[in-house]
Design a protein around this ligand. Sequence first.
Ligand SMILES: C[S@@+](CC[C@H](N)C(=O)[O-])C[C@H]1O[C@@H](n2cnc3c(N)ncnc32)[C@H](O)[C@@H]1O
Length: 410
Amino acid sequence: MAEHPAYPVGLRLTGRRVVVLGGGQVAQRRLPALIAAGADIHLVSPEATPSVEAMADAGELTWHRRPYAEGDLAEAWYALIATSDAEANAHASGEAERHRVWCVRSDDADQATAWTPATGTSEGVTIAVLTLNARGRDPRHTAAIRDAVVEGLRDGTLVAPHHRTRAAGVALVGGGPGDPDLITVRGRRLLAEADVVIADRLGPRDLLAELPPHVEVIDAAKIPYGRFMAQEAINNALIEHAKQGKAVVRLKGGDPYVFGRGMEELQALAEAGIACTVVPGISSSISVPGAAGIPVTHRGVAHEFTVVSGHVAPDDERSLVDWASLAKLTGTLVILMGVDKIGRIAETLVAHGKSPDTPVALVQEGTTAAQRRVDATLATVAETVRTREVKPPAVIVIGEVVDVGRQPSE
Ligand SMILES: C[S@@+](CC[C@H](N)C(=O)[O-])C[C@H]1O[C@@H](n2cnc3c(N)ncnc32)[C@H](O)[C@@H]1O
């Protein structure tokens, strides 16, 4: 018989009975998509992996703790046969055929009446890749094609124009600490779709070089602000470009809501009636210490970490930080924007009871090619910053975690 290609189709399984035979690794891999599709899943298996068991405990499927028995597939719309018993698989497959239930078999693709494609999602579509016919079946090849398409759409190297009118608006995108690989997939996609990008000095500047020539890139630090405050001028630039119907990305360092003034921009846009979406980012407060080998928590060492702005000195009347209370905490203190004031901060912490020997690490330009770590203690940090010429941007970590990952010789 001539071999015909498989016919691709999207099954709408919401509320429909799907029977899964076997609770091992295959079921574990396939079940999340069936759950996401809203199927009424019946798992028949004496055993299950802990993850599959957790899905049953969460009520995402009904688990019948027994081996397959004739009749299990009678009411099913779709079946996945994946037990470790080849005879039971063949038997169930025969039953599926008699009841006209489309059936995937993990042990014998030739005998199956359906194949699971390699799938991924991007931009609101599912990408599903199937081999043309059984002869050419190569699951690794289909998975590689799926990865190439999804990846290309996500990072903008594969451009699929939208034919719906795109809603103009602003995306506040957290760009992560600086390494261009540390932006989120969503952030990178929005960047690839932008007409205008307003970028901060911190963040993944290398990504700007990849943007196509028609994209207008504006350096937030260079927006002329005349009688406005700088922040107001940035808000106005966002509003003006969005009003011209452009897709605007406000690219910020780290996470937009960690000392990033993201909410101020969101509120200004809301007042102007402009749609805004916020994309979280990896904050430097955790990732920069991590990149330098410092965990902000460690079992038995620190049960809390506190992220503090060191922008104003402890005795400055504008300071909202209770340094006396922070000195009493046993966990980790992470200070952003603190290089200039670290001497006064260290003095204050020691004056309120923190040991002068408490380890301190300063991580400058973390996650970039210029990353540098300098170690000190609360007693020595002011002098160390001066002699070692530590410059912003740097994250300062204070606490015993600083020494956790260090080799004895360091
Ligand atoms: C205005 S705050 C913005 C923080 C940002 N929203 C975040 O979540 O990471 C800027 C401060 O973040 C820290 N910072 C940001 N990126 C950094 C990096 N790559 N290396 C070291 N410090 C960084 C520095 O303390 C810098 O002064």
